[in-house]
Design a protein around this ligand. Structure first.
Ligand code: ADP
Length: 287
């Protein structure tokens, strides 16, 4: 089980609670469970909550990268973009990847989103060794579990909002009636029903990104990878998108991994990892 800490001081992220005795619990007398997480809100009172409420729960590992490197040929040698990256992400986390331009963030996100392959190392997605899967299996894994949100939206200009959102369901072979109901549901949820027959070029940047996120979500992915999702938006639109991500993460249990330049955006998540010249900081141990 993992604790998402709401109190202060901020404890290390990713802390696994094995079994706290009441008096040993460092925080919280108020907590609630959501999506398999125990969220602790306040400092613990001495008389405290019974220990039974703090039983461990299974933690689902979604992503494991073991010594992943990515390089491109350069002259007689290689240019490394990622170097020996070890990273684990659990179901229900909201992780931000930060780092200077050119440090390898997009490459890492593309590898995580199965859009690129590592040159070396292994990638386990839901315990499946991605590097050993056939192209067909990888595509299946992508369609069934992954939603990708691009900075530049990547909507299809010739399709309406409705059709753009419907596309992943067509690829997945979802029936017509189910498609209708799911698209109607996300249109409603994102407050864009009135825009359904418009084309992307008739929308503002913020609206296009909402459609991009709706398209990523309609297939009910386990994880959303977002590459600077607010990079082209002004601050008010950016805030709306981040609030939406936070809600998806906290209320619907969707795992989110975003690349961002913005400290403000990173604060919506529960963990930040930093890339520098292809190295990940802090380095994680291989588990
Ligand atoms: P970031 O997202 O942090 O800005 P990227 O992952 O886009 O970084 O790129 C990291 C580095 O990898 C950059 O220096 C970029 O030029 C290089 N790179 C990316 N793709 C290729 C490629 N196909 N061939 C050679 N170098 C590449």
């Amino acid at each position: 089980m993992k604790l998402l800490w709401g109190g202060s001081p901020e404890p290390p992220h990713n802390k696994t609670l094995v079994r706290y005795r009441t008096h040993a619990c460092p925080v919280a007398d108020k907590f609630f469970e959501k999506n398999g997480f125990l969220r602790i809100e306040k400092p613990f009172s001495p008389t405290g909550t019974p220990i039974d409420y703090l039983q461990p729960k299974p933690l689902f590992r979604m992503i494991t990268l073991n010594n992943v490197s990515k390089y491109y040929p350069a002259g007689f040698g290689k240019t490394y973009v990622l170097r020996n990256v070890n990273l684990t992400i659990d179901q229900g986390e909201f992780v931000s990847i930060m780092g200077p331009s050119g440090s390898g963030k997009s490459t890492l996100l593309h590898i995580l989103g199965l859009l690129e392959e590592p040159s070396e190392g292994e990638y386990l997605f839901l315990d499946e060794p991605v590097h050993r899967l056939s192209e067909k299996k990888r595509t299946e894994l992508h369609r069934n579990h992954i939603g990708f949100v691009f900075q530049a939206y990547h909507l299809i200009d010739e399709l309406t909002v409705y059709e753009n959102i419907e596309t992943p369901l067509l690829y997945k072979g979802v029936s017509t009636s189910e498609r209708k109901s799911r698209v109607a549901d996300v249109l409603d949820r994102f407050g864009i029903v009135a825009k359904k027959d418009l084309f992307p070029t008739q929308l503002s940047g913020g609206q296009q990104q909402l459609v991009g996120i709706a398209r990523a979500l309609v297939a009910q992915p386990k994880v959303i990878f977002a590459d600077e999702p607010t990079g082209n938006l002004h601050s008010e639109q950016a805030r709306e998108i981040m609030e939406l991500f936070q809600k998806l993460n906290q209320s619907d249990g969707v795992t989110i991994v975003q690349v961002t330049h913005s400290e403000t955006n990173a604060e919506y998540g529960n963990r930040t990892v930093k890339l520098r010249d292809g190295w990940l900081e802090p380095k994680e141990a291989v588990v």
